[in-house]
Design a protein around this ligand. Structure first.
Ligand code: ATP
Length: 319
């Protein structure tokens, strides 16, 4: 049996651990494993090479993806999906493992409708796939934000200033939310809750009133308020210098954490197990910490449940 593996969409720490698991478990199960470069774009170009046990050596601890990744407009057309099926057939590939976010999974769903057997691994720092507890890369990204918060706190205390840390999250505020709890932020602004800048300012003033030396505000990209507007308003109301730190792509890189390596390794192994057992078209993830597999369409249709308690906890813990 021949299987293919690709990474697609934004890169996420732990994608390499997932590739490694797919290749090594696949070979262990007697399969030929082919690596497809640059996601669906490389698939369309036939950038496909057989992988060996050693081609995934020394990558477990590396961020990024050795297969490279891409966003592919060509693929997302009906014609593109059809051509991808033809190319997979030309290489004799019986099943495809896609490591990527929701867009990549939607692409995989289209391929499955044409009869290609596709397994999806949730590779995205955003944690925006509701069917799984966490996505591969999320834990590392949050830890990167925590590290930044600790460093910013030192200097903000010294200068008695407010700092806005802008993090990724256009539609899903999980990076901001989790980093807010773990990093002791005074407030977080996220797409799921309408921004209330007055509430943020009141919070900073209350803290300053009882001697807080600095305030950390986490602003997710998709909160609806730009960090510049926020900084201007906070500085005006609190009378304290307010700086902005935009973490941007720093959040994508770095050594994957244990959680991300475990999720990647176990879900890669699960994909191979399912293919071996003749099961088709599944999205793999965890529910209450246990690896599980779901029909792709159902997995994509699941609505995210916003954790209001966690959101409110940030306010209480930073009083
Ligand atoms: P991230 O969460 O990191 O952004 P992602 O997988 O959601 O990752 P996208 O850019 O949304 O990233 O999707 C990756 C690729 O998947 C797209 O460039 C496109 O080729 C393909 N794709 C996305 N949506 C569809 C769709 N509805 N039909 C077919 N292909 C799609």
């Amino acid at each position: 049996m021949k299987i293919g593996v690709l990474t697609s969409g934004g890169d996420a720490p732990g994608m390499n651990a997932a590739i490694r698991a797919v290749v090594r478990c696949g070979i262990d199960a007697g399969m030929d494993v082919y690596g497809i470069k640059r996601g669906y774009e490389g698939l369309l170009d036939g950038e496909i090479e057989q992988m060996s046990l050693s081609s995934v050596g020394d990558i477990l601890h590396r961020g990024g993806t050795i297969l490279k990744t891409a966003r592919s407009e060509r693929f997302s057309t009906e014609e593109g999906v059809k051509r991808s099926k033809v190319i997979l057939g030309t290489f004799g590939i019986d099943a495809l493992i896609v490591i990527g976010g929701d867009g990549s999974m939607r692409g995989a769903l289209e391929l499955s409708k044409l009869g290609v057997n596709v397994m999806c691994l949730p590779g995205t720092i955003d944690n925006d796939l509701a069917y799984t507890d966490y996505t591969i890369g999320f834990d590392t990204a949050v830890n990167t934000v925590l590290d930044a918060i600790s460093k910013v706190r030192d200097t903000s205390s010294a200068h008695e200033r407010n700092t806005i840390i802008e993090v990724m999250g256009r539609h899903c505020g999980d990076i901001a939310l989790y980093a807010g709890v773990g990093g002791g932020a005074e407030a977080v602004l996220i797409p799921e809750v309408e921004a209330d800048v007055n509430r943020v300012c009141r919070k900073i003033l209350q803290g300053a009133g009882r001697g807080k030396l600095n305030s950390i505000i986490i602003n997710a990209e998709g909160s609806g308020v730009s960090s510049e507007e926020l900084a201007k308003e906070i500085a005006e109301v609190t009378g304290r210098e307010t700086r902005i730190v935009v973490l941007s792509y720093l959040q994508r890189g770095g050594v994957p954490t244990l959680d991300d390596r475990l999720l990647a390794s176990q879900s890669g192994a699960k994909a191979i197990e399912l293919i071996q057992n003749g099961i088709k078209n599944r999205a793999i993830g965890t529910v209450n910490g246990k690896i599980q597999a779901f029909e792709i369409e159902g997995a994509l249709a699941e609505k995210p449940e916003f954790d209001h308690e966690l959101y409110e906890l940030i306010d209480v813990l930073s009083k």
